[in-house]
Design a protein around this ligand. Structure first.
Ligand code: TTP
Ligand code: MG
Length: 390
């Protein structure tokens, strides 16, 4: 992929920007949107760029945000409003190309190959999108234009808010050289710490290593790193109907055998998967889990449901059942993952004619589990879940 052809578009401080639009008195002010009831134990959904100057960011506890930015305006989330704004934005994006891959409520990839005769070159399309979004929604969007998805996403993030950044083939090397390593997909805190042991902090620090070396040292993640650190990414933009599953997995720094801890991870991952399903208005009828032990033996299990689900609690419960019923927690885990597949559009799923039957089944399963593993284990896991949800 050498030609500019992929756009990544991402609304700026989305929830806060919608609130500022709804109430012009909030413009230019530090606006922080949090969970619906804004309790001090909740977390920040997002903060306006004015609030970010104080160090406030998404996922920070509200209590901490209030310490950093005591004069900020704290507002409860109004999801209906944000969904409506998102719909308007996506209807604009879809006019430029049918190949729009929605990543979340405010973010998408666009493949604009073949759209030039109608709308101009990719940079012109990006400019048009920005103007139209501003005109129709009174909100700003940042757009990145590049040769592939990875670089387009880095580009949209480069000059936020209201940015338009283009990374051409000839600019890739200089752009990547000084990019912080944790900006690369798949490099989380644990992996970044491992790389730091070898004095690898920037994408350019990867270049001296051969593909072989990276593969031997870090497995699949090393192979990905080899290519992404050079800005190479061959993935296609997939429109929603092509998304086959939504999943999340984590590799642990140290193997974990504590079941309660694993359940806590499982719930966190269920929330992430649920958030992405909701963002794409999707539900699914298959839940799957994946575990890897210290000897690298890897197992996956799945179960089909009569009714499509997307709530974090349901996903969590089903995934937990799979782990327990298949006796997969008998050895320490190196990796745990879960996901939902067999996806359908929310609202188009089969009507739930079996609710009671399912509830009965669930109750029966829980009873079985309680008998097998003891009431204490099960209820403690549930408590963990409640604590996380608070
Ligand atoms: P983002 O696009 O990650 O953030 P943003 O649009 O607020 O700011 P940026 O200019 O950096 O893109 O997320 C979009 C919305 O999703 C955000 O406005 C609120 C919501 N969200 C959460 O509720 N929790 C989170 O942890 C994150 C990251 C986002
Ligand atoms: Mg955004």
């Amino acid at each position: 992929m050498d030609k500019l052809q992929i756009l990544h578009a991402d609304m700026d401080a989305f929830f806060s920007a919608v609130e500022q639009r709804e109430n012009p008195e909030l413009q230019g002010k530090a606006v922080i949107v949090g969970g619906v009831n804004l309790s001090n134990r909740g977390v920040v959904s997002t903060a306006s760029y004015e609030a970010r100057k104080f160090g406030v960011h998404s996922a920070m506890p509200i209590a901490q945000a209030k310490k950093l930015c005591p004069d900020g305006i704290y507002l409860p989330a109004r999801h209906g409003l944000y969904k409506a704004a998102s719909k308007e934005v996506f209807s604009i994006l879809k006019r430029y190309t049918p190949l729009v891959e929605k990543l979340s409520i405010d973010e998408a990839f666009l493949d604009v190959r073949g759209c030039e005769r109608l709308y101009g070159n990719p940079v012109e399309i990006a400019e048009k999108i920005k103007i139209e979004v501003k005109k129709k929604t009174d909100l700003t969007i940042s757009v990145g234009v590049s040769v592939n998805k990875f670089l387009a996403k880095l580009a949209s993030d480069f000059d936020k808010p209201d940015g338009l950044t283009v990374i051409r083939k000839k600019d890739i090397k200089s752009f990547m050289r000084h990019l912080d390593i944790d900006k690369i997909w798949g490099v989380g805190d644990v992996f970044a710490a491992k790389l730091a042991e070898k004095n690898i902090y920037k994408a350019g620090d990867i270049w001296p290593y051969s593909l072989e070396e990276l593969k031997n040292n870090y497995g699949k993640a090393g192979v990905k790193l080899f290519f992404l650190s050079r800005g190479i990414d061959n993935r296609d933009v997939k429109s929603r109907s092509e998304i086959k599953s939504v999943s999340h997995e984590e590799t642990f720094a140290d193997n974990i055998s504590d079941q309660d801890k694993l359940f806590a991870y499982l719930f966190k991952m269920s929330e992430k998967v649920s958030f992405r399903l909701h963002s794409n208005s999707l539900k699914g009828t298959t839940v799957f889990i994946k575990v890897r032990y210290s000897d690298f033996n890897t197992y996956s299990r799945q179960q089909s449901l009569k009714v499509a689900i997307n709530s974090s609690e349901e996903i969590y419960q089903r995934a937990k059942e799979l782990l327990m019923q298949n006796d997969l927690l008998t050895k320490p885990l190196r990796l745990l993952g879960l996901g939902v597949s067999n996806l359908c559009q929310e609202g188009q799923e089969q009507l739930n004619l079996f609710t009671d039957e399912n509830e009965d089944q669930l109750d029966q399963t829980i009873d079985q589990l309680k008998r097998k593993y003891g009431f204490d284990k099960i209820s403690r896991a549930r408590k963990l879940y409640l604590n996380n949800d608070d």
